[in-house]
Design a protein. Structure first.
Length: 191
């Protein structure tokens, strides 16, 4: 994975006017630092299901061009926008799914299952500085019916796991002591 701004038009392999270029592999291979050589050579590759790019520079009047290459590339949702910090995620973050499949058992005990889509879910507590409480309350009120990308953690271990595209269902801000406040946030993903 590499990110680099283009140096100059003459030295760059990219067209004139390219201000920033980013390439990444959306296939997750076993970690080369893993001591299990069998897993390294024979484990199956996994496609990344969610990917967020946080260090894209801000430009006005720029054209964003995204190129995906591969034999079977699919994109469910492509979204971009401004990233806003609303608090530090606390330990105890809960991740889950809501399954919309149906399971019915008839009077003879035969169960029929119809597999349908599922949506991600995330429940977390955030620590807020008191100076952020007003901004967070106002921001959450403004996006109450707007699908957003929610990311519970930026650490490499948990970042992909805590990405949910959807809307928040509930939020509560508990004004605590002089140290700060706690916001509980329940996010419901879209299918």
């Amino acid at each position: 994975m590499s990110a680099s701004p283009s140096a100059s038009a003459s030295a760059s392999p990219y067209p004139v006017g390219v201000l920033w270029h980013y390439e990444t592999d959306l296939i997750s291979a076993p970690d080369e630092n893993d001591n299990d050589w069998y897993q390294y050579f024979f484990a199956s590759l996994e496609n990344l299901e969610d990917f967020i790019l946080l260090d894209m520079p801000t430009y006005t009047n720029a054209i964003l061009k995204v190129t995906l290459t591969g034999t079977s590339v699919e994109v469910g949702t492509f979204a971009f926008g401004k990233s806003v910090f609303i608090g530090d995620t606390q330990w105890g973050l809960q991740l889950g799914i809501t399954d919309y499949s149906t399971k019915e058992t008839d009077e003879f005990g035969v169960t029929s299952i119809v597999e349908r889509v599922f949506a991600d879910r995330m429940d977390c507590d955030l620590f807020l500085e008191h100076s952020l409480v007003r901004m967070v309350k106002k921001l959450l009120a403004s996006v109450r019916a707007t699908p957003c990308i929610w990311m519970g953690s930026e650490t490499s271990t948990f970042s992909e796991l805590t990405i949910v595209y959807g809307f928040y269902k509930n939020f509560d801000i508990v004004l605590q002591d002089y140290g700060g406040s706690i916001c509980s946030l329940e996010v419901e993903g879209l299918t």
